[in-house]
Design a protein around this ligand. Sequence first.
Ligand code: GLN
Length: 192
Amino acid sequence: MAKPVIGVLALQGAVEPHRKHIEAAGGEFRAVKTPGQFEDVDAFILPGGESTTMLKLIETFDLWDSLKKQFAEKPVWGICAGSILIAENVTSPAQKSFGLLPVTVQRNAYGRQLQSSHAVINGYDISLIRAPVIAKVANDVTVKAEHEGKPVWVEKGRYMATTFHPELTLDYPSPMHREFVNLVQNYKKKAA
Ligand code: GLN
């Protein structure tokens, strides 16, 4: 079967660091930023960065409708800022989102930049950078990992979110990339 093509939304944030993880997990990396490029991928990663800036760029380049349509058909993994963009509810402050995952995220809830930290999640070193806290999850959301008693890795169907950055660790692939590439592969099989 052809390698699943994973498009990393390349408007702002940590895009390139995903390349080696995706390749090591058996996928093909693509940086995407136009509706034509969105159509050519099997799944999306919304990377970490600054969600407010990403939203502004999505609006400036008029990408909302095209992304919304793509997300209704394909797997999506939101990382940190990306998890904020795909959450159903966003607080502190409230902000527009695609609402793919029935979770509530509270922005910057671990503190400011200086409080960014490292942690070990499922045996893998990760960074939390001005991460949101997942304050609430619906019953049908699977919590795959917690940190300090709060969910940090959640999944429902073909949507996944992590509030931390596994792509910044140089040990390939991260368990989260492996999980996502598998999820995309299984989804492609079902859809075929
Ligand atoms: N604090 C950022 C936001 O609210 C997210 C930080 C990150 O993606 N590392 O968008």
